[in-house]
Design a protein. Sequence first.
Length: 521
Amino acid sequence: MGISTKEISEVIKERLKDFDASLVSADVGRIVAVGDGIAQIYGLQNAMAGELLEFPRETYGLALNLEEDQVRSVILGDFGHLHEGDEVKTTGRLLEVPVGDELLGRIVNPLGIPLDDKGPIKTSKTLPVERIAPGVITRKRVDSPVQTGIKAIDTMIPIGRGQRELIIGDRFTGKTTILLDTIINQKGKNLFCIYVAIGQNAASIARVAATLEENGAMDYTIIVAAAASDSASLQYIAPYAGCAMGEYFLEKGQEALCCYDDLTKQAWAYRELSLTLRRPPGREAYPGDVFYLHSRLLERAAKMNEAHGGGSLTALPVIETQANDVSAFIPTNVISITDGQIYLQSDLFNGGQRPALNVGISVSRVGGDAQTKAMRQVAGKLRLDLAQYRELAAFAQFASDLDSQTRSQLERGARLTELLKQDKYQPVPLAEQVAVLYAGTQGHLDKVAVARVREWEAGFVRFLKSERAGILEEIDKQKALDDNLLARLNAAISTFNHQFGVEGYQDQPDPGAGSPAKKAS
């Protein structure tokens, strides 16, 4: 029995109804040469700058050099399986990374691939790694602090939400410790943290993750790891990937903190890429656009106004210097981009001053705007006093006879310096900082032996928590010191000084105790 043409046409129509094929348009080229993480590709006539290219076996690259007869691309990840003649396709999209709350508590590489053996990351949201920074009109004045928990920084070089504060110093001066202390201190403060490790060895990254885990900080932290063993291309894009993950929270109207540790190694990676891409070298063999490398990253940190969500992204970039030389090429570039710098000096670090903060060179261009009123009241002229103390201390070692005022300034400076010392991974809450530094700046420690200042501090904090807890709670609540609170704080200091055995204090009625203070035996 024959089949009629009508039946055939019906079958074809039925099949066409169910047929679903999407049109894919892609330029296709061939690899001409590959080596050192760079592929030269012929035939990609319509490739865009910064476009994602697809290589065989799910390998991707980034088109960076668009030349007259070829495209040079950096390969993201392993390239050992790529050979001349392999096919390369354009994707029509820029490089993107996964973002979202699902990344919190995870360690990922700059492409968002997990490195922590905790399974795949279940998020469908992505953001491009390169974006235009928010405009001036959409921004708001920086007016709220990022409490680092480090007394020396919170008092003298305050960091605000939406600020870009550079941390600069030689190797082994405590730069990473400041970042970790700051992250640990954000517990319960609704500030999401992204720690970007660039060019560090795997053991260092594992130590960072273990430290954050021990202190309960991984719950609100993402670690983006581009280890020293990774390709230069991954180290180059790592900060941009971390910034994109932070921008996800910024767009939701939340607060985020990005720590880039460190941008010196990113500049080295970019220099390596640029030289292998045959770009003309400039000063110190860096390419001509090395300033733009960091400016387009750090300008993305912002405090948005209420009409645009009111979120913020704070940047803490790290730069490593050689032999304390802050006038080198990359340090001066980043200093000019950021809103201040925290300068750590190896001489101070080796002398036992931890954190090894050089008060004279360090500065925050946001200043008191990023401090609570209580901290402004207490800190006052602390920075100036310490800077003068450093100068006097250098001069006084050659002087045999000093007048009483100079001697008094030296004595107080020595105690304030001791008071600002702090063990790592032990951030101090705001109320405790205010109470302790008030005692130091008002001269209540002038008769405590320098060697016993830290013992005095630990004892005084215990005393406040156990017997005068209302004072700390009031400081936390008010964020300012009124006359009543100052009177209670003075009386508490007086009572504790008598208990501690400090001479020269008169008994004062202590409003917090409800009865006159008892003399220490």
